[in-house]
Design a protein around this ligand. Structure first.
Ligand SMILES: [Zn+2]
Length: 267
């Protein structure tokens, strides 16, 4: 049985929901891997230690899905208490330096020991440029970081390294792996991955059609396009709506379907 242990990072907030999920995989061979580092909260560190003691395992590796602080900021605290641990992620220059550990490079296709088993990294950029998912093939489980959140959607910040075109390609990549279960970094596990991933893709395609329709109707600036699509939206949510429109416009540009001049967009 492949049963990763969910350990909360104890960092609830409007952005992280109930707090990040991290997953501990400990083997009978005495070796353990943690997927995502959390933020260094003392309760998280204690619960990791308790789980390791119970399994008589040593933390050998910390696999970080991407460099956003709620996933990576706990790395130095873990390094201090687990001197044997190595820290692995796909490089994100400019971001990785914020966390004082010696990162080792992992890329899509790499296979990493995880307890008695192994996981395979799959490059899934888009939410961030360095994003990785980790696949346990025998059980059809994928650790999906911030690719999906059940009952919600994922922010793609075009102005902060996000790329909607890559993100949608990453969702397609997951779909092609025909997973049986997704274990995200936020929210509950996903037991019907195909339905969720198809729903995500369909929703983005629907928004894209709306953005194209807004451009066709003559709206050319991001705020006006967002107003036309998200008519009546709570004003507190408008900045996120504009960010989403921006991500769609950048995707349409990369697809060769839209262009911009001095902040004015057209087809
Ligand atoms: Zn993130």
């Amino acid at each position: 049985m492949f049963e990763p242990l969910l350990l909360s990072a104890h960092n609830p907030s409007p952005m992280t929901g109930a707090g990040n999920n991290t997953y501990l995989i400990a083997g009978d061979n005495g070796s353990a891997v943690l997927i995502d580092a959390g933020v260094g909260d003392a309760r998280h560190l204690e619960e990791i230690d308790a789980a390791l003691n119970k399994r008589r395992a040593r933390l050998d590796r910390v696999l970080v899905t991407h460099g956003h602080p709620d996933h990576a900021a706990g790395a130095p605290a873990l390094a201090a208490t687990h001197p044997h641990a190595t820290f692995l992620k796909t490089p994100w220059p400019g971001q990785d330096e914020k966390y004082a550990v010696q990162w080792q490079v992992i890329r899509g296709g790499d296979v990493v020991p995880a307890g008695d088993e192994s996981v395979t990294a799959v490059a899934t950029p888009g939410h961030s440029p360095d994003h990785l998912a980790l696949v346990h093939e025998a059980s059809g489980t994928i650790f999906t970081g911030d690719l999906v959140v059940l009952g919600s959607s994922v922010m793609i910040h075009a102005s902060r390294g996000g790329d909607l075109r890559e993100y949608m390609a990453s969702l397609e990549r997951l779909l092609a792996l025909a997973p049986r279960r997704l274990l995200p970094a936020h929210g509950p596990s996903v037991e019907d991955p195909r339905a969720l991933l198809n729903g995500y893709l369909e929703h983005r395609r629907f928004r894209e059609r709306q953005v194209i329709a807004a451009l066709r109707a003559g709206y050319s600036e991001v705020p006006a396009i967002a107003e036309s699509i998200y008519d009546g939206l709570d004003s507190a949510l408008m900045p996120a709506a504009r960010e989403n429109v921006r991500a769609h416009l950048e995707k349409l540009k990369a697809d060769g379907l839209a262009r911009d001049e001095d902040g004015r967009w057209r087809l």
